[in-house]
Every structure is written in structure tokens, then in C-alpha cells.
Ligand binder design. Structure first.
Ligand SMILES: [Zn+2]
Ligand SMILES: [Zn+2]
Length: 219
């Protein structure tokens, strides 16, 4: 059983070495001391080695670091989109949550959320096995493009790094929290938003994520 502190070190090490591609993780950069309990733990458990006063991943440690990052970012999505917990509280809770989402549970949460690709801060969520075999399963959050005619819910989030697209969506009122109802999803996606109807193409409909169901729908 790996301690929470050790998991957090591996998480931070993964972000630095694998995501931000910094060349080496000295104890100074990591904000750690060589003789800390958690450092000894990750070394004795074979997750990392100390070379020239820097921490270096083993394969096993790299995999666990990635998993913890994945769990943290999924926890953030879960807290923000489903439980509506935001800001500093969300970050604190995500840090606690990541240790609870062990083996297999992270993939279930991921499925429930519609296999999100980005956390609320725009960082990539490392994909799991579940993301490859996406099929029709129970989902709480789904892209607008896969809603059936008549299905409704509220916009949970928009997944795009294209600011022109984002502005276009915001201009018609596609913002988180808005009620939305699918009217027809072929040949283009026609939906009701508030009291108006709009049509968008599939590429845009894939970027809009909807929390299905909800209190009164979009009637
Ligand atoms: Zn995040
Ligand atoms: Zn997934």
C-alpha cells in the first residue's frame, strides 16, 4: 500500500518529467529532502531511484505517477461537473479523492463522465483502457453529438482549445449550466437552448458536453 504522500510525489514528478519535460528533478525543484520518509518509501518500493541528487523514475513509478495524475484530473471533473464543487475546495477535495479512486474505479468514473480529455484547468487527462473501448454505456456526461432526439440536460462544459469556436458557441449562449434539448441529430445537430433553436455541425456538437437529465429538462 503506497502512502498518500508518496503518491503525491510520484504525481508531481510525472507532471514535471513527462508532461512539462523538464530535464531532471532535483530535490530542490521537487521541494523535498533526501531523508524524508516518503522519499525513502518511493525508493525502497522501487518507484524511483536517486541519481546525482535527482529523482529518476523506474517504469513502475512512471506508470503509477501517470495513474495518480489521471485520477486527480478525473476527480476534478467529477467534482466540478457532477457535484458542482468549484475553486479551492475542488482542488483540496481532488487531492483527497485521487487516493480513493483506485484500481478500476477511475475507469468507471471516466466512463460516467464520457471519457473527458481535459481537466477543468485545460490539462490533458491521461487516457485509460476504458477510453479506447468507448461504447454505449451509462453516462452522466455525454457529448451533444451523441444525444438522441428528445434527450435533454444541462451543458456541463465545453471541450475546445479553439478560441474562435468557443466564441461562436458563447455567442449563441452555449455556456455551462444552460438547459439544452436535442431536437434532431442528423444531418446537422438541431437543438433547443432556452427558448431558441440552433443548429451546429458535428465537429462543434462533439465539443459540447451535456449532463443528461436534471431537474426539469429543457422544456
Ligand atoms: Zn486540473
Ligand atoms: Zn475513459
Amino acid at each position: 500500500m503506497t502512502s498518500n504522500k508518496a503518491e503525491e510525489i510520484l504525481e508531481s514528478l510525472w507532471v514535471k518529467l513527462e508532461e512539462k519535460k523538464i530535464p531532471s528533478a532535483s530535490f530542490e525543484i521537487m521541494g523535498l529532502k533526501k531523508d524524508e520518509e516518503a522519499v525513502k518509501e518511493i525508493v525502497s518500493s522501487g518507484f524511483a531511484e536517486i541519481r546525482n541528487s535527482t529523482l529518476v523514475f523506474t517504469d513502475k513509478g512512471r506508470k503509477l505517477g501517470r495513474d495518480v495524475v489521471r485520477r486527480h484530473r478525473l476527480a476534478e471533473r467529477l467534482l466540478e461537473d457532477v457535484l458542482d464543487v468549484k475553486g479551492r475546495l475542488a482542488n483540496e477535495k481532488a487531492c483527497e479523492f485521487e487516493h480513493l479512486l483506485h484500481a478500476g474505479i477511475d475507469d468507471r468514473i471516466c466512463t460516467l463522465l464520457g471519457h473527458p480529455k481535459l481537466c477543468p484547468h485545460g490539462h490533458d487527462i491521461p487516457p485509460g483502457k476504458c477510453c479506447a473501448r468507448e461504447k454505449k454505456e451509462l453516462k452522466l456526461i455525454s457529448p451533444l453529438s451523441s444525444l438522441e432526439s428528445g434527450q435533454s440536460g444541462k451543458i456541463a462544459y465545453i471541450h475546445t482549445r479553439d478560441s474562435a469556436k468557443m466564441q461562436k458557441m458563447m455567442a449563441i449562449g452555449v455556456v455551462p449550466g444552460m438547459k439544452i434539448k436535442m431536437l434532431q441529430n442528423f444531418p446537422s445537430c438541431l437543438f433547443k437552448l432556452g427558448n431558441s433553436q440552433f443548429a451546429v455541425d458535428e465537429s462543434m456538437a462533439k465539443d459540447i458536453f451535456v449532463r443528461i437529465g436534471g431537474e426539469e429538462g429543457a422544456e
